[in-house]
Design a protein around this ligand. Sequence first.
Ligand code: GRF
Length: 188
Amino acid sequence: MIVLGVLISGRGSNLMAIVRAIEEDRLDARVAVVVSNRADAAGLAFAREKGIDAVWVDRAAFDSQAAYENEILGALQSRGVQWVVLAGYMRILGPTLLAAYPDHIVNIHPSLLPAFKGLDVPRRVLESGVSEAGCTVHLVDETLDGGRILAQARVPVLAGDTEASLSARILVEEHRLYPQVLQELSGL
Ligand code: GRF
C-alpha cells in the first residue's frame, strides 16, 4: 500500500479515477490528502465528499515560492505521503518539493511526450495534422513536462475531431493509465 498526496488545480477527473481504482481494488493505495492551489477546484469538493483531507494552499498568501511549497510539504509530510501525484496541477514545481520527494513525484500530461509539452495541447495537436495523440505519465523534475517517461497510451486523431472530442478520447486513456502506473509504483 502506498500513501499518495494528490495536487490539483481544477476539475479533478484524474483524482476521481484514482479514488475509483482504489475503491475497486485495482490500486493498492490510500489518498492521504488532496492539495489545491485554487479554492474553487471541483476536485477539492469531491475529496471532501469522500472524506479525504482536502487543503487549499493559496500562493498569494506567501512571500515566495519556497514558503508556498513548504506549506504544501507540511500538508504532505504530516500525513506520511510517499508519492506526490500531480493531477491537473497548473503550477511548475520548485526545488522545495522536488528536493523533498526525489523521483517520487509523478505527473500526467495529455500528449505523447516529448511532443507537445506545455498548455493547449489538443488545439496544437489538431493544428499540426499528426494522426496520433495520447497521454504520458512521467516523473517530475525541474524541466517542464520533461522528466523520465513511465508509460504512455495512444489514441488516433480522427477526421472531424474537435478539441473537445480529442480531449475526451485522451482523457479516457488518462483515467485508465494513471491508476495502472501508480499500481506498478506501489509494487516497487
Ligand atoms: C489532464 O488533461 C491532465 O493530463 C493535465 O491536466 C488535465 C487535468 O484534468 N495535466 P483533471 O483535473 O484531472 O480532470
